[in-house]
Design a protein around this ligand. Structure first.
Ligand code: AMP
Length: 219
């Protein structure tokens, strides 16, 4: 299955993407994670992206499209993928369509996760991420068993450089301006389903599976 996860920062796309990726045996491709890996490796792209990311600004469409085209052409994405954080602009959505159409592998579904802004702000402020494996926690609602230590791999938990109040505000504004209109773009193509991202992780997972036609009917 080829799936796009659409929704503002902090709505739970990363958490759900990791779980759905296991269930479907397809990779969850987070462009934010890919860029952070470039920054960590000190590549030229990483150096260019670093300042923009810290400021909560977007990296250029041309760079992002190039990155995604290369990634979805890799062998592990042949049977499908989950895109998290891409596309973020109309130009990226159109570029993605063109790439997938020419590969005769169009999107199956676009999931829009929704939550009000105050919920997103409090989730992002308390978010902690494992510097090694990328697992995501929240200081109040989803803490690790040992403070500051990842349950999954034992790595150290850090606050992302762009999870400051200023950058959070800018990223959410940018989402509303540039990315939220993509819901109409995909609805017009009959691909959009909506999931309430304010519910607990397990409930969102059930809703997600139902929305993409993989829900289990409990009698
Ligand atoms: P995320 O982890 O999805 O919140 O992304 C972190 C940052 O990476 C964003 O604030 C942007 O600076 C950059 N980024 C990630 N994905 C994209 C994209 N599709 N287009 C432009 N910039 C992106």
């Amino acid at each position: 299955m080829r799936i796009v996860f659409l929704g503002p920062q902090g709505v739970g796309k990363g958490t759900q993407g990791a779980r759905l990726s296991e269930r479907l045996s397809v990779p969850a491709l987070s462009t934010g994670d890919m860029l952070r890996a470039e920054v960590r490796s000190g590549t030229e792209l990483g150096l260019q992206a670093d300042a923009l990311m810290k400021a909560g600004e977007l990296v250029s469409d041309a760079i992002m499209l190039g990155m995604i085209r290369t990634r979805v052409a890799q062998a592990d994405a042949a049977t499908g993928f989950i895109l998290d954080g891409f596309p973020r602009t109309l130009a990226q959505a159109e570029g993605l369509d063109a790439t997938l159409v020419s590969a005769s592998a169009p999107l199956d579904v676009v999931v829009l996760f929704e939550a009000p802004r105050d919920v997103l702000e409090s989730r992002l402020t308390g978010r902690r991420t494992c510097g090694d494996c990328g697992a995501v926690y929240h200081v109040l609602s989803q803490p690790s068993s040992r403070e500051g230590v990842c349950d999954r791999c034992g790595g150290g938990l850090v606050q992302r450089a762009d999870d400051t109040p200023e950058a959070i505000g800018r990223r959410l504004d940018l989402y509303e301006r540039q990315t939220a209109p993509l819901a109409d773009y995909y609805a017009a193509r009959g691909l959009l389903v909506r999931v309430d991202g304010t519910r607990a992780v397990g409930e969102v997972r059930s809703d997600l599976l139902m929305a993409i036609g993989l829900g289990e009917v409990v009698s």
